[in-house]
Design a protein around this ligand. Sequence first.
Ligand code: F6R
Length: 609
Amino acid sequence: MCGIVGAVARRDIVPVLTEGLRRLEYRGYDSCGVAVLQYGVPRRVRSVERVANLAEQVDHAGLSGTIGVAHTRWATHGAPVTGNAHPIFSCGEIVLVHNGIIENHEALRKELKTFGYAFDSETDTEVIAHLIHHMRKQDPTRDLLVAVRRSLRRLRGAYAIAVFAKSDPNLVIGARAGSPLVVGLTDRGNYLASDPMALAGTADRFVYLEEGDVAVLTCDGVKIVDCGGEAVRREVQTQRASHHTTELGPFRHYMQKEIFEQPSVLADATERVQTLTPTLFGANAPHVFKEVDSLLILACGTSYYSALTAKYWFESIARLPTQVEVASEYRYRESVVNPRTLVVVVSQSGETADTLAALRHAQQLGHRHTLAICNVAHSSMMRQTDLQYQTGAGPEIGVASTKAFTTQLVALFLLAATFAQARGVADAARQAQWLEQLHHLPAALNGVLALEPQIIRWAEAFAHYEHALFLGRGMHYPIALEGALKLKEISYVHAEAYPAGELKHGPLAIVTNEMPVVTIVPNDALIEKLKSNMQEVRARGGLLYVFADEDAPLDDDDGVNVIRLPAHDGPLSPILHVVPLQLLAYHTACVRGTDVDKPRNLAKSVTVE
Ligand code: F6R
């Protein structure tokens, strides 16, 4: 989704701005731009092509300067054309980039037109630039901070902005409400970014702005005021934003690299756990765990599917009633609050607008206990919950989530096992068995990844279909949902998932000899039921593609394609079964020639509603 970089330094900041945009590319965007103050005049270059192309244009135009802002835009208001790309100018004086959505932009646009402002773009962002210009004109001191703060008070919606003015050649202002923004500190200048990864190699000391904060950056320092206008000090965090994240190594795409990183990230995530103890989830967790009698898990997309899988664990192994809800639904419905419920938000980025809003909604309703399960340590969700768990997947560049999903599953399994321990529903032998199964996961995953050549052969056939069905039962049903999502988002094959028992209640009508039906067949208590469902497909000529455990009792049958996973039983089976589905989606997309790491219309971090 949109990305921001801003800079004020004692050196030419253009390389930092373009490199920052390059590092933000993985989030998804459809246009980009850079603006600087050069010899006292704002100059900008914008493009609807990739950042590499923008960088060439910037070079060609000879852009340089000591203050500037840059942006990758993911279109919401107005098409992805150069005229709507940021930075946005107002009257050749104000230069601004913006992430988020301004909900009252139409009313503001009307009002600003009455003051004589002409609009050059269809964006909601342009109202902010004009508003700041207008507020500044009204103020005899012409103070940019005053104008920005007065303007922000008029906005409804979510924003992170970076702005500079022609007549203030030494400062850049950043502000946030609802979208993340971080300040990077160095001895030679100060920087803004929507994600600290943008500043890797430039800054390693960061200040995470709080909701409503406005930061004034000069070469020599940073002044922060809170939403009430009071000067505040925010904690400085030292954090080395990793360089290796953007290196592809021997892989063709980041998604492939990230699929193959799963054994090592899962080893890191599981090896650090030698006993099950609530403190894994924060210092206050032992107290909270005693009070909790149920769970409410809120998430979106792939993270929602990890939560759906975990519901089976929470109810079966921890005996804890668990409700899982899509965040964008929960935030707008009337719900009943049980103060003993632990609200868990699950998110790779920790910045997803719907999940963040659902968390705040739950807190406003009176939920006291909250836990974030996130991949990003200092994300908004991690900062707004009383308990936290970092999943440790490392940066995920491919838009389609893979290792972030499996590490979420590990975190959620640990949470379920820890609740089982804390609630006294699992004896020591059972706990030891779970830990052993967790520690064995990396080796088991290596066995699954070795199936890649067989999956590539399937993908060659699969790539010719336009539709596919995915079936699973029990805790493998959410894995079928995740498999269908992976396939559709990167290969654009229309895919749907059903609990296998639902087939006869409708979807069977679309099964013909043109319909591939991917079926997840673990060797568990439901296998005989699943075999009956597979017969229903075969009887209609449907093409079965089965991922079965090695020891699953299946007859060889004409027209049924089977890939056997190394034998594995127990509750962690979904973590193994999702991996071949990731590979199937990945290789199908490769055969179809799509832009695997940056699928059309999608963004990595969805910071708008
Ligand atoms: C799909 C995918 C998305 C995200 C969703 C939530 O591969 O990655 O469905 O899971 O946008 O994002 P996070 O986990 O960052 O809250």
